[in-house]
Design a protein around this ligand. Structure first.
Ligand code: ADP
Ligand code: MG
Length: 693
């Protein structure tokens, strides 16, 4: 239950004075429905109203706050002419100009023969000075509030700064000081104000400099958010670790057979990762490990070893992939690798239906199937396992924190290994996974060929086609990738189809097309044709992004490359350079591209290091965009900026760990305050893991 002291902050913005349903809806759009959401909506600019000149001194095109005596009203003489109000001081006169104004209103706020304050932009109109629609009009005693620095907030159509500013002022009256949850010495070192003070400070910037994300007040609020995130993740993790696991130790017989039959030696990185996984499996707690390795680094063998341990110990293991193509690819690979051990992995995807599916489910339930590969179909409600011990989840470049946490319910104490090809920067990893155990495959198996990457303007498409012709002429196979045009799968497909027709008119029957809408069997047929060399050009949407393994493919053309994330481009490019031939990747772009787009593509040309690419992407695009936050399951931050506040993340991580070590149930005085912090950032779910939550 949310503590009472926070109730007012979670009221709807409609409870604020002057905020009706219509305004509330607009505020909801830019900030959110609750008062706290509004308070988290920070200014991005300022209007400095401190310039208070006499009329004769006022600089045109400047924001000024001017005290004047209203001398005369001149209502418009026709519909299109403006309403003018003349005001004077001892240095001169100026016009206040209003279009489509109501005279009763103007007479009320600017009565003749009285002194008033106006604030707005001063303009020169012929010989006279004027101010069109002053931003503010007030009486003399309001001069102090009117001649301040005014914060400017992101707005939306229909919501004026005036209306939002009023709502904000009302909202700022609501919060009371809260007991401090931050560590005293840290606050002192960073010169951070208390929460309440910080909140007021960020909404009252006195200068452009104070809009910076690194002012003490902004950093403090950012840190509040990061700490709440890390604390929540740490609580979930502590809960998972506490929930009983089973010690799993295989006898090594199956592994030995599989390893003996491999055509290669394991790399040291693979051996180390397997040792780390084994230690987790043997321990009493559940494994929750991330296996991170660039495309082609050899994660599959590591995963298979973990799966074999489960089978050796009499249990079952599954591998789940994010797409059907990838599931099939994994299934083919594992079937081949596990064959020497006499094991035949079962395949379960959305394509298996009816009787066939019933038969597969029965094998899982009776334990007749020891290994299974599939999509999320493996974890549907009606799928039961005899004794599921190890689950490997291949996320490729997707995050699926939630999926992972619910999955554990399928077995008594499933050990979970998550494989990811995204070279997630450390900062992002902390926010998405917390301090999860990680094994990294930094070293690639020998024999990988570097890929030459070139940037080419769309206008030179003919040259690209000619190059493809030369390449296929000497036996190369080519991926031709068409990007997402819009959010819709249909237009995506249309672009791919158009390119397919175009290339077919040049290359004839040697061209194939694969996209997300094809039926499974059709997809397989095209992929097989490409693999076997029956076709040498494969036009594709991003369905080929992951997993596909055709060593003969040495050329990749990517159209509108700027529309892809760098991580995605890296994944795509990882499809070539797998065999012995020299590989080339051509990134096509529009004739004119922006600086950032250019910088991104240049990064692709200059490095093949997934970590460098991911860091660069983060720097150039920001975390939110990096992986498409919404789908990615990455937490979205309101106050923290992963790039600007990157240094605070490890501090928050250590802080969270220390807090829970000393006070696992958050019962101390600071612990109680930290609970409020968790509620403040709506990490209510994590609080449920506390005994007295
Ligand atoms: P990832 O899943 O990390 O992208 P895979 O596990 O699919 O990589 O491995 C990519 C390719 O490298 C596969 O063809 C695999 O057989 C091969 N491979 C894996 N480990 C080694 C190794 N130690 N030496 C040589 N080749 C390897
Ligand atoms: Mg793979």
């Amino acid at each position: 239950m949310r503590p009472e002291i926070l109730f007012p902050l979670f009221k709807d913005v409609t409870s604020l004075k002057g905020v009706g349903a219509r305004t509330a809806e607009l505020i909801s759009k830019v900030a959110g429905p609750h008062i706290i959401d509004l308070l988290w909506h920070l200014p991005t600019d300022i209007i400095d109203r401190r310039y208070r000149p006499k009329i004769a001194e006022a600089r045109p095109d400047t924001i000024a706050t001017i005290t004047l005596r209203i001398t005369k009203h001149y209502p418009p003489f026709n519909k299109r002419s403006p309403y003018k109000v003349v005001g004077m001081d001892d240095t001169g006169a100026m016009n206040l100009v209003f279009f489509r104004a109501r005279s009763d209103y103007l007479n009320k706020v600017l009565p003749e023969n009285e002194t008033r304050i106006v604030s707005g932009k001063v303009e020169r109109f012929g010989d006279t000075l004027q101010m069109t629609h002053p931003d503010h009009i007030g009486t003399e005693d309001e001069i102090d509030t009117m001649s301040k620095v005014e914060p400017v907030y992101p707005l939306t159509a229909g919501l004026s700064l005036k209306v939002l500013g009023k709502a904000m002022s009302a909202a700022l009256e609501i919060p009371k000081p809260l007991p401090e949850w931050q560590d005293g010495p840290l606050m002192k070192r960073e010169k951070w104000p208390a929460w309440h003070e910080a909140l007021h400070a960020v909404h009252a910037p006195e200068s452009e400099a104070e809009l910076s994300p690194v002012t003490p007040a902004r950093r403090r609020l950012a840190y509040d958010e990061l700490l709440s995130n890390q604390l929540a993740l740490a609580l979930v993790r502590a809960h998972m670790k506490r929930s009983k696991g089973l010690s799993l130790v295989g006898d090594g017989t199956l592994r030995k057979k599989v390893l003996a039959a491999l055509p290669f030696e394991l790399t040291n990185a693979q051996k180390l990762a397997i040792d780390e996984v084994d230690a987790d499996l043997a321990a009493e707690h559940r494994m929750l490990r991330l296996l991170q390795g660039d495309v082609g680094s050899g994660k599959t063998v590591v995963a298979l070893m973990a799966m074999l341990s489960a089978v050796e110990a009499g249990g079952q293991a599954v591998l789940m992939a994010p797409t059907e193509i990838l599931a099939r690819q994994h299934h083919a690979t594992l079937t081949q690798m596990a064959e020497p051990a006499g094991l035949q992995p079962l395949l379960l995807t959305g394509r298996e239906r009816g009787k066939n599916r019933d038969g597969l489910l029965e094998k899982l339930e009776t334990g007749a199937a020891r290994l299974a590969v599939g999509t999320h179909a493996l974890f549907q409600d009606d799928v039961a396992y005899k004794d599921l011990r190890v689950a490997v989840i291949d996320e490729q470049h997707r995050f699926g924190v939630h999926q992972r946490l619910t999955l554990a319910s399928k077995g008594r104490a499933v050990d979970v290994l998550v494989m990811t090809a995204t070279p997630i920067p450390r900062t992002l990893m902390l926010t998405a996974y917390g301090d999860m155990d990680v094994s990294r495959l930094m070293e690639k198996p020998a024999g990988r060929q570097p890929v030459t990457t070139a940037l080419i303007s769309n206008e030179r498409l003919d040259e690209v086609v000619a190059a493809v012709k030369r390449a296929t002429g000497s036996g190369a196979r080519v991926y031709w990738v068409c990007p997402l045009i819009e959010e819709s799968e249909t237009s995506d497909m249309a672009a791919a189809e158009a390119r397919y027709d175009h290339l077919k008119s040049i290359f004839g029957e040697r061209v194939g097309l694969v996209h997300g809408r094809l039926k499974g069997a059709e997809k397989d047929a095209v992929m097989t044709a490409f693999k076997d060399g029956a076709i040498d050009i494969l036009v594709a949407t991003t369905v080929i992004e992951v997993g596909v393994d055709v060593p003969e493919a040495t050329v990749m053309v990517i159209e509108h490359a700027v529309r892809f994330g760098l991580a995605q481009l890296h994944q795509l490019r990882g499809r070539i350079g797998r065999g012995s031939g020299k590989s080339t990747c051509l990134l096509l772009h529009a004739g004119h591209i922006g600086e950032t787009a250019k910088a991104r593509l240049t990064t692709m040309r200059e490095t093949d290091d997934g970590f460098v690419i991911a860091e660069k992407d983060l720097e150039l695009r920001g975390a939110g965009e990096l992986l498409g936050t919404r789908q990615s399951g990455l937490p979205e931050f309101r106050l923290a900026d992963i790039t600007e506040h990157a240094d605070l993340l490890p501090i928050a991580r250590d802080d969270a760990e220390l807090i829970l070590r000393n006070d696992p149930e958050l019962e101390s005085e600071r612990g109680q305050a930290l609970r409020q912090l968790l509620y403040l950032f709506e990490r209510d779910a994590a609080i449920r893991y506390l005994r007295s939550g």
